[in-house]
Design a protein around this ligand. Structure first.
Ligand code: PAF
Length: 282
């Protein structure tokens, strides 16, 4: 695997290939990232991963400074997973001047759920992903389904800007107890780690209630939030949405959506100081 830190060198290197596949990351890689790399590998003639902790997508009080940076371990893991090129630019390389031109996703997608609780997040994500797309020029790009709304926002961005890139969503990988793999799981104390499984459990309980005929979504969501709060969590949302647009379904839409695998349950909640997100397609 070749590790490259500058845009010029990356472009020069990639000019020898026709069909790059791309997995953008912020590093501190876990098996979920590496599964995306393995999935991407056979889809093109050169597999590129980027590692860049993108300041633009963090709010001032969030964990930009403390976000785990583990480049050496990441390099070993990527090489083993079959990555051909690691692009790891410095902040000065990617943002040599303040990034005045930005990509702002439409409010109806970007101001709900994650965007509501992390204002500016999706603008930051779209801006860096657009820039990385312009630098790498991938034909195929893979993003984890764990960041469900992010995947949807990026799909729409690619579609509206007519970028010649196929976006593929990779399945969420989970620990044996069901906790979705995430770099932020590293922040959890042993007790919090044990408790963390309750988030995916809560989604499963909601799914069972829906399959059992529950149609009062506000009551179902309130119940799930209440149950987590009672365990000491601080939930932002646990909610039932339509997969195709992340809008809340009406009571009439519920049965057909359930029958046609058109629903997704989405959750974000804090255990201790760590904010976890998860989702379940049903
Ligand atoms: O999902 C992530 O790790 C980041 O949001 C991404 C897509 C690499 C953009 O910084």
């Amino acid at each position: 695997m070749k590790t490259i830190h500058t845009i010029t060198e990356l472009r020069e290197h990639l000019s020898a290939f026709r069909h790059p596949t791309f997995v953008p990351t912020m590093g501190n890689l876990h098996d979920g990232h590496l599964a995306l790399v393995r999935q991407a590998k056979p889809l093109g003639d050169v597999m590129v991963t980027s590692i860049f902790v993108n300041r633009l997508q963090f709010l001032p009080h969030e964990d930009f400074d403390t976000y785990p940076r583990t480049l050496e371990a990441d390099c070993h893991a990527l090489a083993e997973a079959g990555c051909d090129v690691l692009f790891a630019p410095s902040e000065k390389e990617l943002y040599p001047e303040p990034q005045g031109f930005t990509v702002q996703p439409p409010t109806e997608l970007a101001n709900m759920l994650e965007g509501h609780f992390r204002p500016g997040f999706f603008g930051g994500v779209c801006t860096v992903v657009m820039k990385l797309f312009a630098i790498v020029g991938p034909r195929v790009a893979l993003f984890g389904k764990k960041d469900y709304q992010q995947l949807m926002v990026i799909r729409r961005m690619v579609q509206q800007f007519a970028l010649p890139i196929e976006v593929i969503g990779g399945e969420t990988l989970r620990a044996a107890d069901g906790l979705a793999l995430s770099s932020r799981n590293n922040y959890l104390s042993p007790t919090e780690r044990q408790e963390a499984v309750q988030l995916s459990q809560a989604l499963k309980t909601m799914a069972e209630a829906l399959r059992g005929g529950q149609t009062d979504l506000p009551a179902l969501e309130a119940q799930a939030i209440h149950a987590l709060k009672a365990r000491g969590w601080k939930p932002d949302y646990l909610t039932v949405r339509q997969r195709n647009n992340l809008q809340a379904p009406s009571v009439h839409e519920l049965a057909p959506l359930l029958a046609n695998a058109g629903l997704v349950l989405l959750a974000a909640a804090r255990v201790g100081n760590t904010r976890l997100i998860d989702n379940l397609e049903i």
